[in-house]
Write a protein that binds this ligand. Structure first.
Ligand code: RRO
Length: 299
């Protein structure tokens, strides 16, 4: 059975990876999950300088999903290169480094710092909903998307995946803008903007009032957006948003994704991503499929 997929010229031995921000930088999970089984590991967003993130509360539960307001907490690119990348390179998997910034120049500087390191692919995060400047504001206007993608392409070495926000009217327009500026692949969806109010305390549950919604609740939105984006671009798509099972992964791939990322499910079960892979293999066996790419033509 062939499970390997090609994303922007890089071969992944299978199409299943954790979504950025839901797997630490591998270390917390390595004791419980065989990281060698995953097609790739996607890191938490890395910025040029360390970021403290938002004050608590950072995560709150909702029906069929969670709202987060982490606020880009990370130790900065220098610490990432010293402590995290060498750790991840021990495993037989691809390393996708998610990068973020407050300005176009900051995005490009992180990409440049990763030049010639062991990072196999970069994922440009233009969809973080939880910071005051930058983040999401880069991902909602096609012209701004083109500017940041072009600037990062110019100063980066590795192939570039652009991670899109669902908080837009036309995902097709944004996907096409990313492709036209040189994106080698796109990934979607990041979290949906949401809000929760604690009615007993009469307070917002999260300090910035809004947060990013993920989990099973958002899967139908993600499937719809992956399908629409797949009609608008020729580059590969990594689909994510509420994938909990192998069958969810199959659905995302039928919608047009070449690979999938498992996010909130990692918080429920540490082995969620590897379990999704096992279940995907069961589905292929049950349906007489020999090649993972056959899924894309089953719809
Ligand atoms: O750190 C976060 O709060 C965060 C990020 Br960078 C992101 O891209 N998506 C999200 O839901 N949270």
């Amino acid at each position: 059975m062939n499970l390997s997929v090609n994303i922007a010229g890089v071969t992944l031995k299978n199409p299943v990876m954790p979504a950025s921000g839901t797997f630490g930088n591998g270390r917390e999970y390595a004791e419980f999950v065989d990281i060698n089984r995953l097609g790739a590991v996607v890191t938490k967003s890395v910025s040029i300088k360390p970021q403290l993130g938002n004050p608590p509360c950072r995560i709150t539960e909702t029906a069929s999903g969670i709202l987060n307001s982490v606020g880009l907490q990370n130790a900065g690119v220098d610490a990432f290169l010293r402590d995290d990348l060498p750790f991840l390179k021990q495993f037989d998997t691809r390393v996708i480094v998610n990068i973020c910034g407050h300005t176009i120049d900051e995005y490009a500087a992180v990409a440049e710092a990763l030049l010639g390191t062991g990072a196999d692919l970069l994922e440009l995060n233009i969809s973080c909903p939880n910071v005051a400047e930058g983040g999401l504001s880069f991902g909602v206007d096609p012209k701004t998307v083109q500017r940041v993608v072009a600037a990062v392409k110019k100063r980066s070495g590795q192939p570039l995946i652009v991670k899109l926000s669902p908080n837009v009217t036309s995902i097709s327009e944004i996907a096409a803008a990313a492709e036209s500026a040189g994106a080698d692949a796109i990934s979607l969806i990041n979290t949906l903007l949401g809000m929760k109010i604690d009615i007993k305390r009469r307070k917002f549950a999260l300090p910035r009032k809004v947060g990013g919604l993920s989990g099973p609740a958002i899967k139908p939105v993600a499937v719809r957006m992956v399908y629409e984006a797949s009609r608008a671009v020729r580059i590969p798509i990594i689909g994510m948003g509420g994938i909990m099972t192998g069958e969810d992964a199959v659905e995302m791939m039928m919608a047009g994704a070449s690979a999938v990322a498992v996010g909130a499910a990692n918080f429920r079960k540490l082995t969620a991503a590897a379990d999704v892979l096992d279940e995907l293999i069961v589905f292929m066996n049950e349906n007489g499929l020999n090649d993972i790419t056959e899924l894309s033509v089953m719809l």
